[in-house]
Design a protein around this ligand. Structure first.
Ligand code: THU
Length: 129
């Protein structure tokens, strides 16, 4: 089942996190409409604000590969926490309203959607051009 595969990819990606400052390892996996899966992990920096989250690493790498439509995102941490606010905005931009599964090391903690995580989102349709 694709969801189980997505979970496995996110949990594996988590092990690759470059998280030497926070020691908080995050993995992500995004599914495209063509059935491809792109992994991501957080990549930190000594200049802390340059850190990029796992969700954005996964999405940006899929965009570089030419993907434009995403159907499901999985986020993996040690304790099943939710995506940060910045990632919620980026998920909304690139994915619109999609299912998001949040897992810990054992399995599913939360099944949610991007519209639930970011209600009243600022959206490209709100621009006047
Ligand atoms: N982090 C993510 O990768 N995704 C999130 O949604 C929340 C935070 C990372 C950033 C940083 O490397 C570490 O977790 C601690 O904040």
């Amino acid at each position: 089942m694709t969801k189980n595969k997505l979970i496995e990819v996110a949990q594996e990606a988590r092990k690759k996190a470059y998280a030497k400052y926070s020691d908080f390892f995050v993995g992500a996996a995004v599914l495209t409409d063509s059935g491809k899966i792109f992994p991501g992990c957080n990549v930190e920096n000594a200049s802390y604000s340059l850190t990029i989250c796992a969700e954005r690493t996964a999405l940006h790498s899929a965009i570089v590969a030419g993907e434009r439509k995403f159907t499901h995102l999985v986020v993996a941490t040690e304790n099943g926490v939710s995506p940060c606010g910045a990632c919620r905005q980026v998920i909304w931009e690139l994915c619109g309203d999609i299912p998001i599964t949040i897992v810990d090391e054992k399995g599913v903690c939360t099944e949610t959607r991007s519209s639930t995580l970011l209600p009243l989102a600022f959206d490209q349709n709100d621009l006047n051009n």
